[in-house]
Write a protein that binds this ligand. Structure first.
Ligand SMILES: Nc1ncnc2c1ncn2[C@@H]1O[C@H](COP(=O)(O)OP(=O)(O)OP(=O)(O)O)[C@@H](O)[C@H]1O
Ligand SMILES: [Mg+2]
Length: 455
């Protein structure tokens, strides 16, 4: 009789493709390191079900609002929608060195005033964590620190100590003894996240999971990871500058429109109370600059769109977009050429939003167009001008939402003139700049601001 061989099968964690043996790269989707071992053989006997479950009518369910644990960090709470939801799992992703560990430690410090909190550190030694804690202006003494990378040990520690909030820094360092794959591989990251989600739901511990981000900006691990968790936060910024932007790309308990703005300083991350001041620090009456009143969730803030237009020998010329959508930029340049007589075919055009902010809302079209026109003509817009409105392919300026809030933000920062789409819905009671010019088309908008400098 031949010796019984243990038979194995593998399947891809990203696309589900089956393979008879382990290979580094999935033949189905081309992802590396995604194959995980699966039990192989005849399917197990159908488990006995017991009594048939009965569904419940929604109306008969008790109205339970999720319990929130405000972290006390205003910007983090705003992005979460009012604080961490008890028993949820939040994934915090960000590039190396952006300040993830700092944010997590500050949140735990604030929470530790009223809750039991734990920090599982796989990337740094407890001594390093202590060093950071001493630098922060926060009461960190009550935080319990566990230096551990074995998933099963982490799960057991959470179950035994039952913290209200447990932060894990980072998911890429966890390793389950049940899998052969190396820490940080798709299989390990997925297994760790699945187990932590289960623990959060069953045990009521809120888990804050730190995740590294790959070079192309995605969270390292399969996209399925984002489906498994309740909330995905991304922490971005330009590390040359001191400020950082926190956004929710997924939130089962709140909006994904909110942004948090923080500043990294010697004592850790601090909220930026008036973001417009930060973004407008360099604005003024300058060539190639136009202020746009942007709506970010519950707040309106002024950002500065900058454009640099110059001659080029390149065919096609360069169109470089930072913080604005590339396709929209190409479209705006085409509309300016066709409907405002701006010939940019032999010009490089660089557009970016100052301070690392973004203006991806179509309402930014008019401000982008005016910044480019200013850069091309070499004349600044009149001081204190803001502009908003979507540009159609016909050159028409289309109405956009939140007119009253945009005008109020402009007025609050002392702006005197607003270029708006026709028939702005603003009411007389809301504050607004003293001069409002409703422009039906991009040509009229240019005439309104460059009247004296035409030709
Ligand atoms: N003394 C200090 N004063 C001001 N800023 C500091 C100081 N020490 C560190 N920083 C800032 O903190 C950042 C590192 O923060 P942190 O370790 O929280 O980042 P991280 O996202 O967790 O990084 P990693 O990916 O390495 O885990 C540094 O890039 C630096 O900007
Ligand atoms: Mg870190």
């Amino acid at each position: 009789m031949p010796a019984t061989r243990v038979r194995r099968a593998y399947s891809c964690g990203a696309c589900g493709q089956q393979a008879p043996r382990w290979v580094g790269r999935c033949a189905g989707c081309g992802e590396w390191g995604t194959l995980v071992e699966e039990p192989f053989g005849s399917p197990p006997a159908r488990p006995s079900l017991g009594p048939v479950p009965t569904p419940v009518r929604l109306a008969d369910l008790a109205d339970v609002r999720p319990e929130r644990l405000p972290t006390g960090l205003a910007e983090l709470d705003r992005v979460l929608g009012g604080g961490l939801v008890a028993g949820s799992l939040v994934l915090l992703g960000g590039e190396p060195g952006i300040g993830k560990s700092t944010l997590v430690l500050q949140a735990l410090a604030r929470l530790s005033a009223g809750h039991k909190v734990m920090l599982v550190t796989g990337e740094e030694s407890p001594a390093q964590v202590r060093g950071r804690a001493e630098r922060l202006d926060e009461p960190c003494d009550a935080i319990e620190v566990l230096a551990e990378t074995r998933l099963e040990a982490v799960l057991a520690a959470i179950e035994a100590h039952r913290p209200a909030v447990c932060a894990i820094d980072s998911v890429q360092t966890l390793r389950s003894g049940l899998l052969e794959a190396v820490p940080g591989s798709v299989a390990q990251v997925r297994q760790s996240t699945a187990e932590l989600v289960r623990l959060a739901k069953e045990g009521g511990t809120t888990i804050l999971l730190v995740g590294q981000v790959t070079k192309d900006g995605g969270l390292a691990g399969p996209r399925t990871l984002e489906h498994m968790v309740d909330c995905v936060l991304s922490f971005e910024g330009d590390d040359l500058r001191a400020h950082r932007v926190l956004r929710a790309t997924k939130n089962r308990f709140g909006s994904t429109n909110e942004t948090g703005l923080l500043e990294m300083g010697a004592a850790g991350l601090a909220s930026v109370d008036d973001p417009s001041r930060l973004y407008l620090a360099e604005a003024g009456e300058r060539v190639g600059s136009c202020v746009f009143p942007a709506i970010e969730g519950s707040r309106a803030l002024l950002v500065e769109v900058q454009a640099l237009v110059g001659p080029t020998e390149l065919v096609p010329p360069r169109r470089v977009a930072g913080g604005v959508d590339r396709t929209r930029l190409a479209q705006i340049i085409a509309v300016l050429g066709r409907h405002a007589g701006l010939r940019l075919g032999d010009r490089d055009v660089f557009v970016s939003v100052a301070g690392g902010a973004r203006a991806v809302d179509p309402a930014a079209d008019l401000a982008i167009a005016l910044a480019i026109a200013s850069g091309h003509r070499g004349h600044p817009l009149p001081a204190g001008t803001v502009a908003f409105g979507e540009l159609g392919l016909t050159g028409a300026v289309r109405p956009v939402g939140h007119t009253a809030r945009r005008l109020a933000a402009a007025a609050a920062h002392g702006m005197q003139m607003a270029l708006t789409p026709p028939e702005p819905e603003g009411s007389a009671s809301t504050p607004a700049p003293s001069a409002i010019r409703a422009v039906p088309g991009v040509g009229e908008a240019l005439d309104a601001v460059f009247a004296r400098t035409r030709g």
